[in-house]
Design a binder for this molecule. Structure first.
Ligand SMILES: [Zn+2]
Length: 373
């Protein structure tokens, strides 16, 4: 199948016009201009971009990964797939050790089945001072025994863990995760600049939702934000929904490290679903006009974003180029996780692509070589 379009966004440049040849579930070829034979699908107004890769997402379509069932996991991925997200980690919020172990075991099976691309544990080793929507009563210091049990329950599917490195045992946990091939992320943290640097020196490579739930940047105590932005090999997640981060903060991060920003949704169950009351772990979250807040205290509690909406916001409001915004939602997160063969429109990669119209709204989604919308 040849799909021709006004623009095709590849890792190196935007082909205008361009085309993609799909064979089976793979991209077989990509080219500029008009294809050698008539296109099977001709989209003269559209832009083709790779399927989006979301490394931080808790739910969507009314369902949540925290439920810890394969059924709910499938509902979340279906909801986001309709909006162009073709690969995602399942992010779990802080819960009791028993609950986490059960969810990890169940979702590891979903990951082995290819429903999700792995697990991201956000908590329970987070700073109580930066708990955000995590249940403060369940936050603990890193516990080596629990860490081992979670890795074992995950059977290699735990790909990322967010923790506050300044907690006692935090750096040891970072080192253990890195040794196990897991991405260690700094987040929900009161770490000073020096403490954040120590975590990066220990192998941490990611800042979880940069700016949110961390010590803010101060000129005499620049904290984790400066430590992450100035470290060339560190990636930073950004929630580009117009609620979590000011567009100027988004631009600042994008200019500091154009190849290392990762757009994430941090979406909860209300993404691609209606306003109302939802659960996030043990907490009640009320969603009004698409903004999710804790019922008690009113802290923002995840987003109702889709990654397509984040890309649109990054381009139309924050002013990033389409190529930069798309890269931050596809090839960069894939590279961050070491996921091979996804995230770019290049020969050999999985045929995951999204058709965007001129307003960057999702028109169609191709997943593993098949149209799903
Ligand atoms: Zn968070």
């Amino acid at each position: 199948m040849i799909i021709a379009a006004a623009r095709v966004v590849t890792p190196t440049r935007v082909l205008a016009p361009g085309w993609v040849l799909v064979e089976g579930d793979r991209v077989a070829d990509v080219g500029e201009g008009t294809p050698g034979r008539p296109a099977d699908v001709d989209l003269p107004e559209a832009t083709l971009v790779p399927g989006f890769v979301d490394v931080h997402v808790h739910g969507g379509g009314g369902a949540s990964f925290d439920a810890g069932t394969a059924h709910d996991a499938a509902a979340v991925t279906r909801a986001h797939l309709a909006h162009g997200t073709t690969t995602m980690l399942a992010s779990l919020v802080t819960a009791t050790p028993e609950r986490l172990l059960a969810s990890v075991a169940e979702l590891a099976a979903a990951s082995e089945d290819g429903v999700i691309a792995g697990l991201h544990l956000e908590g329970p080793w987070l700073s109580p001072k930066r708990a955000g929507a995590h249940d403060p009563a369940l936050l603990t210091e890193p516990d080596p025994a629990l860490l081992e049990a979670l890795l074992e329950a995950g059977r290699g599917q735990v790909r990322m863990v967010t923790l506050a490195p300044e907690l006692p045992g935090g750096l040891d946990a970072v080192r253990r995760l890195v040794a196990a091939g897991v991405v260690a992320a700094i987040g929900h943290t009161e770490a000073t600049y020096d403490e954040a640097r120590a975590a990066l020196d220990a192998g941490a490579r990611v800042g979880t939702h940069l700016f949110n739930a961390m010590r803010p940047l101060h000129h005499r105590e620049p904290g984790p934000i400066a430590a992450l932005l100035e470290r060339p090999d560190a990636y930073v997640e950004l929630i580009a929904d117009g609620v979590h981060v000011h567009p100027a903060a988004l631009r600042l991060a994008a200019e500091a490290k154009p190849d290392r920003i990762v757009l994430v949704t941090d979406a909860m169950a209300a993404a691609a679903a209606a306003d109302g009351d939802y659960r996030l772990g043990r907490m009640t979250v009320t969603v009004r006009d698409g903004v999710a807040r804790l019922a008690e205290g009113g802290a923002i509690a995840g987003s109702t974003l889709t990654l397509a909406a984040a890309v649109r916001y990054a381009v139309q409001v924050a002013g990033l180029s389409l190529a930069d915004a798309v890269r931050a939602a596809s090839s960069t997160p894939a590279e961050m996780l070491g996921l091979q063969g996804i995230g770019s429109l290049v020969p050999g990669h999985r045929a995951d692509l999204v058709v965007l119209d001129e307003q960057l709204d999702v028109q169609r989604v191709l997943h593993r070589g098949r149209w799903v919308t």
